[in-house]
Design a protein around this ligand. Sequence first.
Ligand code: BGC
Length: 826
Amino acid sequence: MGTMSLLICLVLVALWPVAFGDIVSGVPDSAPPGFEEWISPIVVPAKPVSGDGPWASAVARARDLVSQLTLDEKINITTGAGGNLACVDGTGALPRFNFSGFCLQDSPLGVRDTDYASAFPAGINVAATWDKQLMYDRGFAMGAEHLGKGVNMIFGPMTNLGRVAAGGRNWEGFGADPYLAGVATAQTVLGIQDNNVIACVKHFYGNEQEHYRGGGSSSEQIYSSNIDDRTAHELYIWPFAEGIRAGAASIMCSYNKVNQTQNCQNSKLLNGIIKEELDFQGFIVSDAAAVRSGVDTALAGLDMHSPGFFYFGTGPYNGGASLPNEGNPDNTTYSWWGSNLITAVMNGSVPESRVDDMVTRAFAALFFTGQDLTRTPNFNYQTEDTYLNGVLVNEHVNVMENHGQLIREIGAASIVMLKNTGVLPVDVTKYRRYGIFGSDAGPNPQGPNGCADRGCDQGTLAMGWGSGTANFPYLIDPNMAITWYVYNNRPDTMIESVLDDYDYASINQVASQADICLAFVNADSGEEYITVDTNEGDRNNLTLWHSGEAVINASTSYCSNTIVVVHSVGPVLLEEWIDNPNVTAVLWAGLPGQETGNSLVDVLFGAVNPSGRLPYTLARQRGDYPADVLYESNMTTPQITYYERLMIDYRWFDAQSIVPRYEFGYGLSYTTFNYSSLSLYGQGISKRDDVNNFDARWVTDTSMAPTATYNPYLNQTYPGGPLSFSDTMYTVTFKVTNSGLRDGYEVAQLYLGFPESAMEPPKVLREFNRVWIKAEETSTVSMTLLRKDISIWDVISQSWIIPSGTFTVYIGKSSRDIQLTGSFEQ
Ligand code: BGC
């Protein structure tokens, strides 16, 4: 440790017992005994928007607008206007400019709480396709639907990583690998914003579990995710950075704390990382009621306080100006900002220039995504009725177009075939009698939208629960789709379905007569504000719901040809039944959205050759994962320390030589692929690599920029990272031959092994490509390694560096099934 760092540490340690987080005095939040090293430093002032990269004209236009606004008008845009708006959240209006305020709407898989809109496959499913185009197409279609409903911004994509297998909201995001999640985030952002809707990448950051996440009352326990600088950059911030590089115009700060400080007032996170390091040009919005202070949040870099009131459920009923029990943000008593922010400006606590910057960023985001001030929502999330209190609120605009086709395609492309002894694809001419078992095959008796925000596990599982949901316009369940398909192709077939998970006698009876059986099982999770079957968002365990293991057993005991279909939010344990010879195939179908049954039929009967790949590892036992949910804590701030650092998911299994049941990247096909002829071409670009994105131009004293003296890229700041991040350092080509008899997609994966001195995991994903190859044909696959891909975050120089030594390139069908190996020197 250098003298300077030692000095800083000593100062911090000396301060912690007395200090409370306070931006004004520059004292960081303290840590409880035993966690002293986990303190988030203060980074002020907030860097104003600069109009870098493609943002110049949007920022100029926003500046022009903001220069015409009064302080009151500006404050209207910074502060949410409560919960009684058309959209789940939104700001005040600018009547003088005919602007009705920002409409901010969930969710990451469709337009939440409305009618005539689609229910797309969850984020975890589009990640399981490993298909960049499908990721983009899904974002584009969701953008179109939000646009059609008059929404300015989607609260999505959500890109927190699957650090803990039971994490309640993992399914909203893109799995357990930052590179895969980064690509999915970028593609989703591009798709959404190409349809003139702002994408808000959430929840920044360290929000990997639901227990103690925050967002409730003033006295609740809120956890601190203790994350070291390198892990933060290489894992948890990475997907956000990729989103920003793709142009994401908004970032949401999360409920939790990182290194003791509440995220929405964590100046290191907002000012330091998002605005300085990532040169973010859009605006930072708080998660709903994630704000815990007024002046501190403003100075720390928050730009929009949503939904404007202090806390959920703590205000008096205020005559409909907000939700019945939330304080009206118009009233000084009920908002951290609003008129309190005006006071803070007037008394000098917050410079007005900071408020100008907040509003400039908000409008720059609007203009950057091709919007103007005229858009207004044509629905109301509070009701599907046409009128609310006598006012027309819902025009029932149908935005579904033919998105059902894309949903069906993604659903099928995301199915991971885990096991197949030869029964798949099912030859419909061959079987005379089907048995279909389990509630997961059929409808929810209360209707597809019977449980608010999908807060129950009834019927087939096609999305988790919470704010990350949308209403189903219809739900093609598997039982319906299979019956219809078989009936249409072979009408003289018997099909008997037992949808009661606990009626083992009936399952036994049907199974004993059937020549093909399908057992449907699931595992559900969601957001903390709803508890389902004692699961408070996070799952209590990794077993199947409704004793799914017993449903499988009831089938396999009598039916030697049982196909298991799993709809799950994340990993479950398969050990009880996976090796049972009567389990002849297993399809891992995730959360496929409204077309779930059709997607399944496509794979089951062979219209689609499966190509989905696991976006996380399926372990043999829960304890094999490196980290778990913190369920119980009596600390005021429960401490969740990311001790495993870079070693999550497959990185951990590789490093510890733990044999998983099915590894990250795994998935079978109806055909076979062979790999050959690996070549690596270095582009001869200089290794000069101590690049970062700090921009000294906005501070007068350049010594404040930590690396100003030697950083050659200093003036190349660009949203999401320096331009040089995208330098192609290596091109990798190889051949893939479809050696089977069916056309199909292969998902080729590139993993990189760093020089030992870099202390990276044994291998990390750095590229992938889903390629269509006809039977008996060969394709040449080309991949690139960019400067960022071969860099690591250096905590001393606070920049990305390329370590010296030998790099190994692994080309494989999964993280463990490596087919080709090469190397290069740096
Ligand atoms: C969730 C966010 C969501 C917001 C608005 C919060 O509770 O964490 O993901 O966008 O509510 O509904």
